[in-house]
Design a protein around this ligand. Structure first.
Ligand code: SAH
Length: 351
């Protein structure tokens, strides 16, 4: 297979392509369903398409589907991490999280990567350890969800219900492909995943948050804050802290107004770095009256960068201090840490 990747085309682009090769319009709809709803990875299985068209598509187009190179399941069997290889040999990791197996509407969340590697240079994040990175295409992002969907089915779940753009990379540095991917995933003839079930996490690229606000989608927005002090944030997140905290909070407020969704601030606690009561006081001060939810994430260790989580008592005290000031605080349950699948632990691994 070679040529244009049909997985990255939306309905109108696919219709245009089908028209350009002289096929009737309804073929585009059939093809779209095969690709987006059923996650097809070859044309031969599309038995409602004439053989001649299947052969033509096989020779002239492609259907990007990363190869699973490695699969690890956490001891609790609620988290699966996949190492995927893309068509050009580039490798990414993605994570599947399974919840509430015992309930009627069980939830399966897929954590997708938007880039292979990352250019933002956050000091505490394993993805930043490599210099090289590249943007993923919309097709490569959609394919991750389709792989996770099949896996979830195989594990007794009703497929993927939620998506978080919290894997490798900075989604807002690849916003066009990210936007296209979520429109494809949301399409009623595709996987039909509601916008409210999709969350994008960003290190805080202010103009792009404002751009997202104008989409008119009810997508959840999470902002990686990690410091309530500009100087400390600059040290920890040199790429992101190019924007001031004031600008960032203004953009969050704007997103809240336009989308109707409450914004979440992610604050990872790094022992001895941002976990003191004075840090909690600064954070409370910054977010007071902002309507932002605070998600506290005990650091996942990154020994090569001197990153460790604080003691349990320090974590609890930090949360308590925020709550005392009236903030809405959630302590994120750690999952998948035993297979390096937790926040900030994804890297371009060689199998
Ligand atoms: N680039 C986006 C998406 C990545 S999401 C962003 O920055 O939001 C991954 C999340 O894990 C981010 O909130 C990131 O800041 C956080 N993270 C990175 N390293 C971590 C670590 N060692 N411990 C806990 N969280 C970490």
């Amino acid at each position: 297979m070679s040529g244009i990747d049909l997985r990255g085309l939306n309905k109108s682009e696919l219709a245009e392509y089908i028209k350009s090769i002289g096929e009737p319009a309804y073929r585009a709809k059939q093809l779209f369903r095969h690709i987006q709803k059923h996650g097809a990875d070859d044309f031969q299985s599309m038995s409602d398409l004439p053989e001649s068209l299947r052969s033509y598509l096989s020779e002239n187009t492609s259907l990007v589907m990363p190869k699973i190179i490695d699969q690890q399941t956490s001891a609790a069997e609620d988290t699966v991490k996949l190492l995927l290889e893309l068509a050009d040999g580039e490798r990414i990791e993605m994570v599947l999280m399974l919840y509430e197996r015992w309930q009627a509407h069980n939830r399966a969340t897929c954590c997708v990567s938007s880039q292979s590697g990352c250019a933002m240079n956050c000091r505490f994040c394993a993805t930043a350890l490599h210099e090289h990175f590249r943007n993923l295409t919309a097709g490569e992002i959609v394919a991750q969800v389709q792989i996770a969907d099949k896996l979830a089915y195989d594990m007794g779940f009703a497929g993927i219900t939620n998506i978080v753009y919290m894997g490798m990379g900075e989604p807002l540095a690849n916003l066009d492909a990210v936007k296209k991917s979520l429109e494809l995933l949301n399409d009623e003839d595709g996987m039909n995943i509601g916008m409210r079930r999709i969350t994008i996490s960003t290190c805080g690229i202010v103009p792009k948050i404002r751009e997202m606000a104008l989409w008119g989608y009810q997508i959840g927005l999470a902002v990686s804050l990690h410091a309530a002090d500009q100087q400390l944030r600059q040290k920890l997140m040199p790429g992101a802290a190019h924007y001031s905290l004031d600008e960032l909070l203004d953009a969050c407020k704007y997103y809240r107004e336009k989308s109707g969704r409450r914004v979440t601030a992610e604050y990872a606690l790094f022992a001895g770095i941002n976990d003191q009561p004075s840090d909690a006081a600064k954070l409370a001060n910054l977010l007071t009256e902002s309507d932002i939810l605070v998600n506290i994430i005990p650091a996942n260790p990154l020994p090569e960068a001197g990153i460790q989580p604080p003691e349990e008592a320090v974590i609890n005290n930090f949360c308590h201090l925020l709550e005392e000031k009236g903030l809405n605080v959630q302590l994120r349950r750690k999952r998948g840490a035993d297979i390096q699948a937790a926040c900030g632990q994804l890297r371009r691994r060689q199998a």
